[in-house]
Ligand binder design. Structure first.
Ligand code: AMP
Ligand code: MG
Length: 416
């Protein structure tokens, strides 16, 4: 058996892999398709937003100087000389003693410097009366108050959600320069594997890693190509790898360990090279990195949880790096609620549930930490990181957790 010291530490393995990848080229997509994509360049505004001074209320545009002496005893009367709806292009102008009826978004006419809402005036035909002074710029949105022309409003590497799409829309951007999505081919290997939907015969199991990894690739921002699974046979695996169309990275699942029928390493040695094999990690020790011909290959272990954890630690950061986005998931500090023990010697990623109590996150085991089991994985909110040099994390201690999702109580609306 390999000595732990012969295995690569997780961070060293991450570095060795990430050093082989860089941001992909940029492409233009229509604004309507840009959600989830990653900006390839800073967005510099060519406009002021708003482009012109406009009203933030439905009311009357006035000259604040006219209203200085207004009170209940001495109301100020102004003559309404114009009507300015939103979209109005008429360059209005008001003189002393005049006002213009104006709707929210309507351009504030020259001469006016503030808007009084309908609620604050008394209307009497073409005359309005004000009973209190109006301050300068009241209810006026200044040109450029949101965005000044020439400023950077979004940075390269930003993943676009709907608020960012809204901002790009306001700037009038119809085509957005984003990083090309990395194409990731997925090849599961194993004589026992059957695609979901087929009938299981004795000794067979469903291939769950291919759909799981395809979903993980898509979630990270890549495009997954699922190759039909290959039998545990070097020729079948070689043929399957040869059949992969253009891909920025090939993922294999299974056959990476020391079993009699684990052939990925041999195939890479024969048709490319192995850069490294095995990391000081639990679950996921048999991780493999190499090349098939010149195509980069990350060999993930077959046990579903090992596959998921190694995807998280080694593949997702590659996809994010190719996108030019932040490589790692957010980490939080959580209080450990269950005593966590592990064998030590390898960094251990414990599947945990999270709870939010009294303003702090608490972590407890999501179930048996067996890398073949899928239910604890599916119920986990994140991965708690237990360092290789500790074998126990006591109840009440703090630990780092890579967060997949927040618990429901952290998502509830609170008006606190
Ligand atoms: P291996 O890494 O090939 O030794 O596989 C380790 C364990 O994971 C075995 O129990 C396999 O049956 C299982 N396994 C391998 N590939 C998959 C897959 N694609 N989907 C689900 N389980 C798998
Ligand atoms: Mg196998």
């Amino acid at each position: 058996m390999a000595k732990q010291a012969d295995l690569l530490p997780v961070d060293v393995a991450q570095r060795l892999i990430l050093d082989q990848f860089s941001r992909l080229e940029a492409e233009e997509v229509p604004l309507g398709d840009a959600r989830g994509r990653v900006l390839a360049a800073d967005t510099v505004s060519t406009l002021n937003i708003p482009p012109f001074d406009n009203s933030s209320m439905d009311g009357f545009a006035v000259r604040s100087a006219d209203t200085g002496g207004a009170s209940h005893r001495t109301p100020v009367a102004l003559e309404v000389v114009a009507d300015i709806p939103a979209g109005s292009s008429a360059l209005g102008h008001i003189e002393a003693g005049q006002a213009a009826r104006i709707m929210t978004g309507g351009p504030v006419p020259a001469g006016a410097d503030s808007v009084v809402p309908f609620e604050a005036v008394e209307e009497d035909g073409a005359v309005i009366r004000l009973t209190s002074p109006v301050s300068r710029r009241a209810c006026v949105r200044d040109a450029g108050q949101d965005v000044t022309q020439g400023t950077t409003v979004l940075h390269a590497g930003t993943q676009l959600g709907y608020p960012q799409i809204g901002l790009l829309g306001a700037l009038g951007c119809a085509e957005i320069l984003v990083s090309r999505r990395p194409v990731i081919a997925i090849l599961s290997t194993g004589d026992e594997l059957v695609a979901p939907g087929k009938t299981l015969r004795p000794g067979q199991i469903y291939n769950s890693n291919s759909p799981m990894l395809a979903a993980a690739v898509a979630e990270a921002g890549g495009v997954a190509i699922e190759v039909p699974s290959a039998r545990d046979d070097p020729e079948a695996i070689t043929d399957a790898l040869r059949s992969v169309p253009h891909a920025d990275l090939i993922l294999t699942s299974g056959g990476a360990s020391v079993g009699d029928h684990d052939h990925i390493k041999g195939v890479l040695n024969a048709h490319g090279r192995v850069e490294f094999w095995r990391v000081r990690l639990r679950p996921g020790k048999p991780l493999l990195f190499g090349r098939f011909a010149e195509k980069p290959v990350i060999g993930l272990p077959g046990n579903p949880t090992s596959s998921a954890v190694t995807f998280e630690l080694f593949v997702r950061p590659v996809i994010r790096t190719m996108l030019g986005a932040a490589p790692y998931r957010p980490r939080i500090t959580a209080v450990v609620d269950d005593r966590i023990t592990h064998q030590g010697g390898r960094a251990t990623y414990v599947r945990v549930r999270l709870r939010l109590r009294d303003g702090r996150f608490h972590a407890s085991s999501a179930g048996p930490q067996d890398s073949a089991m899928l239910v604890p994985l599916a119920h986990a909110d994140g991965l708690l990181i237990a360092d290789e040099d500790r074998t126990e994390i006591p109840v009440g201690a703090d630990a780092d957790v890579l967060v997949w999702r927040l618990p429901p109580e952290a998502q509830e609306f609170s008006s606190r």
